[in-house]
Design a protein around this ligand. Structure first.
Ligand SMILES: [Zn+2]
Length: 302
């Protein structure tokens, strides 16, 4: 009698336990299935970005390191990519001879200009992304045996536009070169005057040319190098008044509109440009020209 009542109790416990366990275990299982799928998606990126650049002229994929070593000139078709002002100066001057001028000069927002964003925030954005304060680097350095005033514009900073900082830094460089009896070299690349500064940017055209007139009056040479692109207010002022005007191959040069924008080769044929010089040859050619133009005043001291 006693044995029959015992078996009934155990049967009751077994059924209640098996009925409760399944629901929570199935809930966990679905959430685990989704995670491996997300991990699988990220595996699709195979080519790391920033290692190769496609040449716009010959469509070859050029290894970035190779491009940097070749002064940003395509190793296949000799297309000249834009080069930064610092790299440009580094490629021309003798090691440790460049003394930069007005490195910290920045622009004020005189007009309180606001378009899509304010001019002030635009400047901050470009200063962060380029590590530059404005679109030009100026200073005095030694090229070969010649000390010279040197200015190099940078297209990556607001399209190399000429505002009050570009104009003022150039005017100071020209005045210092005049004072120290040094030849002057300006390498231009610019979309023109900086419209965020309105009339203040246009005034730089007259200011830089006036300073250049005093430099010329002191019978000191000025070499202007035009690179892709040199346009508008910059071309209509200091870039086109060099004693010697050089250009990089294929550079677009002009004022505004298709009728007055031509490539360097057209302007060489028509006499505006004296010579087209590939980037790699620029330094030896500048040394040669400075030799002719300074006529023995090689040891000009600052
Ligand atoms: Zn190419």
């Amino acid at each position: 009698m006693a044995t029959t009542s015992f078996t009934k109790k155990t049967l009751g416990l077994e059924t209640s336990e098996s009925g409760l366990t399944p629901p929570p275990s199935t809930g966990h299982a679905t959430s685990f299935v989704k995670k491996p799928k997300l991990a699988g998606k990220s595996k699709k990126r195979e080519i790391p970005e920033g290692l190769w650049t496609k040449c716009p002229k010959c469509a070859t994929m050029v290894f970035d390191k190779e491009l940097d070593e070749n002064l940003k000139v395509c190793t296949h078709c000799q297309h000249h990519f834009p080069i930064g002002s610092r790299e440009r100066i580094h490629s021309l001057v003798e090691t440790c001879t460049f003394e930069e001028m007005d490195a910290q000069m920045t622009s004020g927002d005189v007009l309180n200009f606001t378009g899509v964003t304010s001019y002030t925030s635009k400047l901050e954005e470009y200063q962060k992304s380029t590590g530059l304060k404005d679109a030009i680097t100026t200073g005095i350095g030694k090229i070969g045996d010649y000390r010279a005033g040197l200015g190099a514009m940078d297209f990556s900073f607001l399209g190399g536009s000429m505002g009050s900082v570009v104009g003022e830094k150039l005017a100071r460089l020209i005045e210092k070169s005049t004072e120290k009896a040094l030849p002057l070299i300006i390498i231009s690349t610019s979309g023109g005057a900086r419209m965020y500064e309105g009339m203040f940017s246009l005034m730089q055209m007259a200011k830089t040319c006036a300073a250049l007139a005093y430099h010329a009056k002191a019978r000191l040479p000025y070499i202007s190098v035009l690179t892709h692109p040199t346009m508008a207010g910059v071309m209509a002022s200091y870039a086109s008044v060099g004693d010697l005007i050089l250009a990089e191959p294929g550079a677009m040069i002009g004022f505004a509109g298709p009728r007055v924008i031509k490539d360097a080769e057209f302007l060489l044929d028509h006499g505006l440009i004296d010579a087209i010089v590939p980037r790699k040859e620029l330094k030896p050619r500048l040394i040669e020209y400075l030799g002719h133009m300074t006529n023995g005043t090689k040891q000009a001291q600052g």
